[in-house]
Design a protein around this ligand. Structure first.
Ligand SMILES: CC(C)(COP(=O)(O)OP(=O)(O)OC[C@H]1O[C@@H](n2cnc3c(N)ncnc32)[C@H](O)[C@@H]1OP(=O)(O)O)[C@@H](O)C(=O)NCCC(=O)NCCS
Length: 263
């Protein structure tokens, strides 16, 4: 998922003292230039991995208004309902929190269309779900989980695991690649009621049925609700390829390879 284009570059006229007091978000780099704060987007993402084991979805999930929530497969007809849900869910998550309501709807549409049409890798439709409940206005959507197939590979390396060429049409049937949690989002007013976890429970069980054994995910440093949710649900944080220890490991591995070759 590429959301970088939605990060605005921000310039603020500030005194040096005000700049020092400015709260900082990890997605941005902060510089003080000629009486102005310059905020440049540098979003940092981390990978996490969940080893799949059968899960028992909660017998009953109830939203903020105590309504019963059900989890259903994400059928083709459901996609149009996801756009406002996505825009609302991400309203306090950068970069979507930094743009206007109208722009957020456009961004939601672009992100979802890209995913729906295979731009984030083939959609694993069997493992995509939507949470719904009945309301006075009819059926309401309260969350969705969208799983795509990424290239298999080392999540702790700098390798780009997006598909460089179109993935084979039968990649999922052949069990190639690795499932990736591309989007999970729940209705803003119904967050922390177990909806995200219920969606994950269904996705995990569905992936096991088609013989996948793990699920990768990527989260943005500074998105606490996402980070905590992944942690709470058993995802393991992968080492960041840019960390000094990871670089050290890479150098050691290369040196030992070279010494084997030369002996
Ligand atoms: C992240 C998200 C999907 C979680 O779904 P949810 O239905 O709110 O989460 P659940 O009720 O299943 O799980 C709750 C657990 O997640 C963690 N959590 C989620 N949001 C949290 C928050 N705002 N503050 C603290 N912990 C939070 C906690 O560990 C919590 O457990 P607890 O209630 O026992 O403390 C939802 O908050 C959301 O849509 N966020 C915005 C979109 C987003 O960032 N998506 C992830 C990247 S694609």
């Amino acid at each position: 998922m590429t959301t970088e284009k939605w990060y605005p570059f921000v310039k603020l006229p500030l005194s040096a003292e005000q700049f020092r007091q400015l709260p900082q978000h990890p997605s941005y780099e902060y510089e003080y230039v000629d009486g102005e704060a310059w905020l440049t987007a540098r979003p940092k993402t981390y990978h996490a991995l969940l080893d799949l084991e059968a899960r028992e979805p909660a017998a009953s999930v109830r939203g903020f208004g105590r309504e019963e929530i059900t989890v259903r497969p994400l059928d083709r007809d459901e996609w149009p309902y996801l756009r406002p849900l996505f825009a609302g869910a991400f309203q306090s998550v950068p970069p979507f929190s930094l743009i206007t309501d109208d722009e957020r709807l456009v961004a939601a549409n672009q992100c979802l269309e890209k995913t729906r049409t295979g731009g984030d890798g083939p959609l694993i439709s069997d493992a995509c779900f939507v949470a719904r409940c009945k309301s006075d206005e009819g059926e309401q959507r309260l969350g969705a989980i969208i799983i795509t197939l990424m290239q298999d590979g080392d999540l702790e390396s700098c390798d780009d695991l997006t598909w460089t060429e179109q993935a084979a049409v039968d990649a999922i049937a052949k069990g190639w690649g690795r499932p990736h949690l591309t989007w999970i989002f729940t209705d803003y007013w119904n967050a922390r009621h177990g909806v995200g976890t219920a969606l994950l429970d269904h996705a995990v069980n569905a992936l096991l049925k088609i013989d996948y054994t793990d699920l990768a995910s990527t989260f943005l440093l500074g998105n606490e609700s996402s980070t905590l949710w992944h942690w709470r649900n058993g995802f393991r944080l992968m080492s960041n390829p840019g960390s000094p220890r990871a670089i050290e490991r890479g150098i050691t591995a290369k040196e030992s390879e070279e010494s084997v070759e030369s002996s």
